[in-house]
Design a protein around this ligand. Sequence first.
Ligand SMILES: NC(=O)c1ccc[n+]([C@@H]2O[C@H](COP(=O)([O-])OP(=O)(O)OC[C@H]3O[C@@H](n4cnc5c(N)ncnc54)[C@H](OP(=O)(O)O)[C@@H]3O)[C@@H](O)[C@H]2O)c1
Length: 245
Amino acid sequence: MQPLEATGRIALITGANKGIGFETARALAAKGATVLIGARDLAAGTRAADAIVAEGGMAEAVQIEITNEASVAAAATRIGEKFGRLDILVNNAAVSLEKGREPSEADLGLLRQMYETNVIGTVAVTNAMLPMLHKSDAGRIVNMSTGLASFALTASPDSPFASIRHLGYISSKAAVNSATIMYANELRPSGTKVNAANPGLCATDLSAGKGQPASAGAAVVVELALLGPDGPSGGFFDSRGVVPW
Ligand SMILES: NC(=O)c1ccc[n+]([C@@H]2O[C@H](COP(=O)([O-])OP(=O)(O)OC[C@H]3O[C@@H](n4cnc5c(N)ncnc54)[C@H](OP(=O)(O)O)[C@@H]3O)[C@@H](O)[C@H]2O)c1
């Protein structure tokens, strides 16, 4: 499968001031894309963009707090005015707030916060950016998921994942998976492809520093962001290939 040429493509990555989002932006910029570093803290986004520019990439920060509709709308307006279109949207920003609590002990406030960010924020950003993705000749949306959200991998009591109990985080990412399929079905006629990525366990603030380097997790995201016209839509992938739903 031939990937798209990254040069000249405009990519927005939410939550790109650090972690896997930053490494995704960095890798896309290294391939020649112009990357918009979505960050709720503009100063942090600017530092990340500056680091990519210092490496020779094209990057700039865009303030975007994905739970704030005005911030999302302002980011969409700014991107529209400056670039007139968007080729790649990586819905990367997310939170995991429970620290292994059992479902029977779920904190409803934390649950709401995770759904607000991981699910509703992802939908809000997607819908705000769609008019600009429709102006691309090959729109690509990558939704960040996790293998923990795979029913097939977690349903068996013998699964290595069966002892992991982050109800809000995992079920919110299962909702992201479901949304991925629905957007892919809606957008198929337009040529915009929508897929879910499992980066695998990566050493970031979200994972308390456990796992592989974030750059390794970003590789599958970059691949899905640059899928050629014969690439899949409505799928779930990690670095080894298809992840079962
Ligand atoms: N790390 C892993 O092992 C792993 C595994 C599977 C999937 N993932 C997924 O990969 C993605 C990136 O995770 P990560 O590990 O790189 O986490 P991270 O280092 O904690 O980065 C998360 C990013 O999201 C941003 N963010 C959080 N809430 C936001 C909001 N309301 N509005 C805008 N930005 C917001 C954070 O901004 P601030 O810096 O301002 O907090 C930060 O930039 C997430 O979707 C996560 O679920 C991670």
